[in-house]
Structures are given as structure tokens and as C-alpha cells.
Design a protein around this ligand. Structure first.
Ligand code: SAH
Length: 396
């Protein structure tokens, strides 16, 4: 072999080696990102299986595992062929949160601080009340509404939760129940303003109420909102059957503008009119919420004004004695003051209920545990608190 031939062969071998190397590099390209299975609707899942030449019913099978069998990892789906299980595990994620803290109260209330995949955190609560198993879930990290007495909004809003992250909260709480117990009620009263994250919320509630999901009737799901008329109208258009709770906290704009700063852009009239439209369309009795702050919104005059405001509405007024938040300058009214306030309202023909204390000593009012964990105020000791989830507000 001449020297020229040797060089040619060598260079040929080198280029073949380069090609092989390039192919190997392509093979080693990063895997496609995982999709959260619960960011998909049941129909999306059906489509996903059809695209893989699988029957559409696999979607129901999968959801039965997730919601009915309380599955922890995809490999437990024993009625799926092994190869299909592997494919699901390769492409779909289910658990993107981690339980950063888990607290129990003597009354059976349990609370999760969930760490999201980006390191942020949200809270969710399980309440036990007779046969009821109510969960309180979050829709945003933080909140932009600015209510001056609320722990959740102190640092503003960081981001909306995804549908999958909202549904994961429900599943993680469901897993705390013994196998023969089911979740019965959902209140969307955790961190954030639910109607500011409406699309993700509605997709999550579709899983909550679907018979292939948690199977909880919309009548047993309460969305608590500061009152965003455009979003309430959207719920009307969609013929939503969820129970709506509107946070008032003041009987007129002057005071509401101070306590609920977003009110300056909305106004109480618009909130009340939107609530009335929702009642007309859904037929669901409205709930109004009123956090009672000593010396701020608990005067006799406030009660009389509130009775006038609620006249003509088929509604329940939920009075919530302020749950102290470390560092905020408000006080809980005495029992005597609470009774007096409610007495005037009842006398004015309003259907009133005082929200019961739950979850004492575990900072069950959403936003408080996260603040503690972030050690925003490390010098302030945790305080006994009142739950922000109702015992009687949500639907039957
Ligand atoms: N953004 C929604 C959900 C908030 S949490 C809303 O405004 O309705 C549910 C209820 O708890 C609201 O009425 C809220 O104003 C109330 N809340 C917030 N902080 C509270 C506190 N420290 N004490 C008592 N109730 C509180």
C-alpha cells in the first residue's frame, strides 16, 4: 500500500468515526421535557393514548389509578402492559411537588407546605368535621389583591399555579385519609385569588368534580373570591355550578378601599351586581365573607350598613373573627363584640354564621406556614391561629 493509499484510508476511517460520533451525540440530546399528566384533561389523555396506538379507555384506567387507587408511581398500574407503563413513566409526570412540612392539630386538621419544582411553596389543609373531609387548596404563590390583614399577600404574587399543581394538592391530602374515607368538600380558600387564575382553576376543578377524577359534586366545591366581576361573568357564561363565596370585609367603598385595596379598581357595586348575576344563573345561594377586625370594621354602624347592603340577596354571611398574623397591627374582636355585631345583622334579617375555629396551633390560615418557613420574621414565635376554611360555609 502506497503512502497515499494509507493516508486516504486513514482519512476515510476518521470521517466515518466522526459521523458515528455525531450520531451518538444526537442520541445523547436531552430527553423531551415531561408533561404533568394532570395538566391534561381527560380528553387530552385519551388523545395521548390514541397517538400511541392505544385504546382511548386507557385514559380512564389511568385516572382510576390516580384518583381511585391513590397511585404513588406509574409502575403500580398493573393492568397496563409493561412497555406502556414505561412509556407513561418516560413522558408523564404526576408528582412535581414535595411535602416540605406536614403538621397535625389536635382537632384532626392537617396541613401541608408543598414545595413546587421551582423551589417556591404553597399550603393546603385537610379539615375533619363529623363525616366531612374538607380540603382547602391554593391557586397562586402569594396574592396580588393586597388585603391588609392577610398573610398570603404580604410579598405580592409570585406566580399562578398550574392545573397539575392545584390537583396535586388535592391528591396529597387525599392520601392522608384511610382507604375507606373519601374527600367530601373542597374550598378554594388557600393562598391566592382563584379568579385571577381562572383557566388553571377550572381545569383543576374539572378533575375534582369529574366522576373519573375525585367525583366531588360542584355543589360541594366553594370558590372564595375578592370579587372580580369579569371572571364571575365568565363563570356565569360557563354555567358553573360551584358555590361562590365573596369576601366583602366592609359595607361601603370607603372602608373596603382600605382593607381590600383591589376594590379601588372595582367598587362594591360592581361586585354585588356580579354576585347577584351568579346567583340568578347558578341558583346557588351566595356566601359573603366578612373578616371581623376589632375597632376597624366591627362597629354597630358597620353591621347596620352591611344588613342594608345584603338586603334582597339570597345569601349567607360568614363572619370570620380575625386570625392574628404575626407582624400585622390588627386584633380579634372579643366574643362579646362578635355577638353584638352578629346580633344586629340577624335583627336586620341577615342569615349569619360565625366561622368556627379549626387547626389551632398549626397556623392553618393559609399563608402563615409559608411565611414561617421562609423565616421572614424569624424573631416572632408562631402563634395559635384560626383556620380560614369553613365548617359550614361550603355547600351541603
Ligand atoms: N382571595 C380569596 C381567597 C382568600 S382566603 C378571597 O379573597 O376570598 C379565604 C378567606 O380568608 C377570605 O375571605 C380572606 O379575606 C380571609 N382571610 C385572609 N386572612 C385572614 C385572617 N388573617 N384572618 C381571618 N380571615 C382571613
Amino acid at each position: 500500500m502506497t503512502q497515499m493509499e494509507t493516508v486516504a484510508r486513514l482519512s476515510d476511517a476518521i470521517s466515518r468515526y466522526d459521523e458515528a460520533f455525531e450520531t451518538r451525540c444526537q442520541d445523547a440530546s436531552p430527553p423531551a421535557p415531561m408533561t404533568h399528566a394532570l395538566n391534561m384533561s381527560l380528553n387530552d389523555l385519551r388523545q395521548w393514548f390514541l397517538e400511541r396506538d392505544q385504546p382511548a379507555y386507557r385514559a380512564q384506567q389511568l385516572s382510576r389509578w390516580v384518583f381511585g387507587q391513590r397511585l404513588r408511581e406509574w409502575h403500580q398500574m398493573t393492568d397496563f402492559p409493561t412497555r406502556l407503563r414505561e412509556e407513561v413513566a418516560e413522558h408523564l409526570s404526576l408528582w412535581t411537588t414535595e411535602i416540605a412540612r406536614h403538621q397535625h392539630a389536635a382537632d384532626g386538621t392537617e396541613k401541608h407546605l408543598l414545595q413546587l419544582s421551582d423551589g417556591r411553596s404553597v399550603e393546603s389543609v385537610l379539615l375533619r368535621d363529623g363525616v366531612r373531609r374538607t380540603i382547602c387548596i391554593s391557586t397562586q404563590v402569594g396574592c396580588a389583591m393586597g388585603c391588609v390583614f392577610c398573610a398570603s399577600g404580604i410579598g405580592g404574587v409570585e406566580r399562578n399555579l398550574t392545573t397539575g399543581e392545584i390537583v396535586e394538592q388535592t391528591l396529597r391530602l387525599q392520601h392522608l385519609l384511610p382507604p375507606d374515607e373519601r374527600l367530601s368538600h373542597v374550598v378554594v380558600m388557600g393562598m391566592g385569588e382563584p379568579l385571577a387564575n381562572l383557566t388553571a382553576l377550572l381545569a383543576a376543578l374539572a378533575w375534582v368534580s369529574d366522576q373519573h377524577g375525585l367525583g366531588i359534586s360542584p355543589r360541594r366545591v366553594t370558590i372564595s373570591t375578592v370579587g372580580i366581576p369579569a371572571a364571575i361573568d365568565k363563570l356565569c357564561d360557563l354555567k358553573s355550578r360551584f358555590h361562590l363565596a365573596v369576601s366583602l370585609h366592609a359595607p361601603h367603598d370607603k372602608l373596603r378601599d382600605q382593607l381590600v385595596p383591589i376594590n379601588r379598581q372595582i367598587g362594591l357595586d360592581a361586585v354585588m351586581q356580579a354576585a347577584a348575576r351568579y346567583f340568578e344563573v347558578s341558583g346557588r345561594r351566595l356566601t359573603f365573607e366578612y373578616v371581623l377586625l376589632a375597632g376597624v370594621n366591627d362597629h354597630d354602624e358597620h353591621a347596620r350598613q352591611l344588613a342594608r347592603l345584603l338586603r334582597g340577596h339570597t345569601a349567607l354571611l360568614n363572619v370570620i373573627p380575625y386570625n392574628p398574623v404575626a407582624g400585622l397591627p390588627y386584633d380579634t374582636p372579643s366574643l362579646e363584640a362578635q355577638r353584638r355585631f352578629c346580633g344586629i345583622l340577624t335583627g336586620g334579617g341577615v342569615n349569619v354564621q360565625v366561622r368556627e375555629r379549626k387547626g389551632d396551633r398549626i397556623d392553618a390560615a393559609c399563608g402563615q406556614l409559608r411565611r414561617q418557613a421562609q423565616a421572614v420574621l424569624p424573631s416572632i414565635a408562631p402563634r395559635p391561629t384560626v383556620s380560614d376554611a369553613p365548617s359550614g360555609t361550603s355547600a351541603s
